[in-house]
Design a protein around this ligand. Sequence first.
Ligand code: C2E
Ligand code: CA
Ligand code: CA
Ligand code: CA
Length: 280
Amino acid sequence: DLNTGKSHMYFSRAMAEKLHREDIIEKEISMCLENGTDAIYLNYQPQLHLATGRVVGFEALARMRSGELGNVSPAEFIDVAERKQLIIPLGNLVLKKACAFLAVLESRGYSELRVAVNVSGIQLIHEGFGSSVMEAVVDSGIRSENLELEITESVLLDNFAAVNKSLKDFQENGIRIALDDFGTGYSSFLRLNELNVNYLKLDRYFVSMVATSDRNDYITSDIISMAHKFDLEVIAEGVETVIQRDFLIENGCDIMQGYLFRRPMEEADALLMLEGFDRI
Ligand code: C2E
Ligand code: CA
Ligand code: CA
Ligand code: CA
């Protein structure tokens, strides 16, 4: 009986609070989608070419500023959006905003810089996804070569053939694909040789393990060389220390991203950074 016993009462109270919070998040995402409020916006974290030290692009990271709850983490609001059938329109909004930023970059003369957008598995298997992406590209007038999609491997487990085919379609339209969070989950089972991706993003975990033991170093450097054998470029994420960065340079990693260089930042700050007028 759910209504007897103290623990059940506490349990249902916590549940009720969580549901209430979810309702608020759901409501504010819907309002943002309908009325174009700025509750959801993007931050941009620069990615650096390790051999030259040049910025090659940014990862777009969604942010939520809730009127009622303050800042809500993407882990929380993306999860709510996925469960409340809002991830398709929210994902399209993220794509539109990222393409708008790419258009600004091009207009300022940074026509070589790329922007990577995180794509939920639900979006990737949705039949309208390909045309939404191409629409965002065409409407913003950007070069498709500057748009990158970050996918995670979980969606490939059940739908390998279909997803891999749509990745190929994106690539044929100039869009690049990055496999996010590599090394966590089921990566070892993936047929990397058949997979239509351009970049492998070395998960933060493997970066954080650098210089903690020889064994860990071997694993990290082996992932980098294995990726290169499959003609994939490696993007290391979560680089926080000089020791980690130097290890990645020595082991031929291509691109890095992490707090050591910059945290994710607002669009205006990203532009200032490129102009050399950093506020940070
Ligand atoms: P992710 O794609 O693995 O993104 C990398 C996360 O690591 C980001 O967290 C970023 O802020 C954080 N990070 C970057 N550099 C460092 C570092 O040096 N140290 C540490 N400790 N962390 C670092 P964030 O922004 O909280 O995003 C969390 C996750 O939410 C993302 O993980 C991604 O899975 C998801 N996400 C964010 N934006 C979107 C989006 O637009 N669409 C979808 N579907 N998912 C998104
Ligand atoms: Ca990502
Ligand atoms: Ca990642
Ligand atoms: Ca992650």
